[in-house]
Design a protein around this ligand. Structure first.
Ligand SMILES: Cc1ncc(COP(=O)(O)O)c(C=O)c1O
Length: 398
């Protein structure tokens, strides 16, 4: 006779320390509201609304027909690693060789693999706050100590180097920086990077430099800490295809790091994914070597939307917003509305029909802000602004 037995789910303790990316949760809630018949404008998710450029799609399709459907080397196809090495050498002004490149499924695995490879339990990792939530999540998951460094609005969301200097200790193993930045749109200037480099000095600390938005800059030029003297050996550069070439669903990114570390990161690939999809990598070669006009088209379109969205947002009562210098996010200060970030983001979703993220989804120093992704059509952005304004007029007093 069978007896109904309830087996308790006994998760590993570390699972209690694993965070998440709220964007996906808000997207699910927004979709549920849509199923109830509500109109929602999606400004929560950080992905280009453009399709992957046709030359890249064609290269991927041709690769499938040509039989690029098998396992490949864990660190990536030699032709792609070579192409990336040349691209990074050219754009960052440092000599990079193919054995210093590891291709992975998206930029995200480079975050996880760097932390797995370098950080022991109890080691400290300094990370930007507000910042991409996966940094803190991964550090805490493996038992590291996540140390936030504040990105102050008064400094246009560049990192406060004095604070960074105070946070560096004998236990610091890794410092994570991100420019152009998610969620603030802040960009680190060459001077900022030099000051960060000075603060680190000749300590044996690695820098994980997340440059996934490197081609999405509106003012000035992209700079990498990897280009500074003495930093090539201590930098893991993260970049990829998701944002630059509107390839989020293809899952392809890369890390550039000294070759001895690269071989360990490749071992982590062997243990987890085996390799990045081969036909995707063939398309990646075309993305980097082919016509780049679509990249410039998307960049200038994001800039146009940024200008309109920020100007209009600043006219809404209680909102005050700096012009982001890069990426496709807008991060207004909403303290003058009298609302906290999370309740305001919830109310805008449920009552105004605009999905955005609370600044606190990016860490405690995100309180007082909201994040809007402007990777949506101008028409939808205008509709969102109207809906927000209407809701604010009803719910926020003079
Ligand atoms: C700062 C930052 N780093 C990394 C990633 C991950 O990119 P991918 O989709 O290529 O894994 C994102 C995506 O939102 C991001 O905003």
């Amino acid at each position: 006779m069978s007896r109904a037995v309830q087996f308790e789910l006994r998760l590993a303790e570390r699972m209690s320390r694993l965070g998440t990316e709220t964007a996906f949760e808000v997207l699910n809630r927004a979709r549920a509201l849509e199923r109830q018949g509500k109109e929602i404008i999606h400004l929560e998710i950080g992905e280009p609304d453009f399709d992957t450029p046709a030359n890249i799609v064609n290269a991927g399709v041709d690769a499938l027909h040509a039989g690029w459907t098998h396992y490949g080397p864990s660190a990536g196809l030699p032709e792609l690693r070579d192409t990336i090495a040349k691209e990074v050498s050219r754009t960052r002004g440092v000599e990079v060789t193919p054995d210093e490149v590891v291709v992975v499924p998206g930029g995200k695995p480079i975050i996880f693999f760097s932390i797995l490879a370098l950080v022991d339990e109890g080691d400290e990792v300094i990370y930007p706050n507000p910042g991409f939530p996966i940094y803190e999540s991964m550090v805490r998951y493996i038992g590291g100590h996540a140390v936030p460094v504040r990105l102050p609005e008064e400094r246009d969301f560049a990192l406060d180097v004095d604070e960074l200097s105070h946070l560096i200790s004998d236990r610091t193993r890794l410092i994570i920086i991100n420019s152009p930045q998610n969620p603030t749109g802040g960009v680190l200037s060459k001077r900022d990077l030099e000051q960060i480099a000075e603060a680190i000095g000749d300590r044996n600390i690695f820098v994980l430099s997340d440059e996934i938005y490197s081609r999405l800059i509106f003012d000035g030029k992209h700079h990498s800490i990897m280009s500074l003297p003495g930093f090539k050996e201590r930098t893991i550069l993260l970049d990829g295809f998701s944002k630059t070439y509107a390839m989020t669903g293809w899952r392809m990114g890369y890390g550039v790091m000294r070759s001895d570390l690269a071989s360990h990161v490749a071992r982590l690939m062997t243990n987890s994914n085996s390799c990045t999809a081969s036909f995707t990598q063939v398309a990646g070669v075309e993305a980097l070597r082919g016509d780049q006009s679509s990249v410039e088209h998307m960049r200038s379109e994001f800039q146009r939307r940024r200008d309109v969205f920020v100007t209009s947002l600043n006219k809404i009562r209680g909102f005050s917003c700096r012009m982001p210098k890069g990426a496709f996010y807008v991060f207004p200060n909403i303290t003058a509305t009298g609302w906290k970030s999370k309740p305001l983001a919830d109310a805008l979703l449920e009552e105004a029909g605009v999905a955005c993220l609370s600044g606190t989804s990016f860490g405690e120093f995100g309180e007082g802000y909201l994040r809007f992704s402007i990777a949506n059509s101008m028409e939808n952005l205008s509709r969102a602004l109207e809906k927000i304004e209407k809701w604010i007029q009803k719910n926020v007093n003079h």
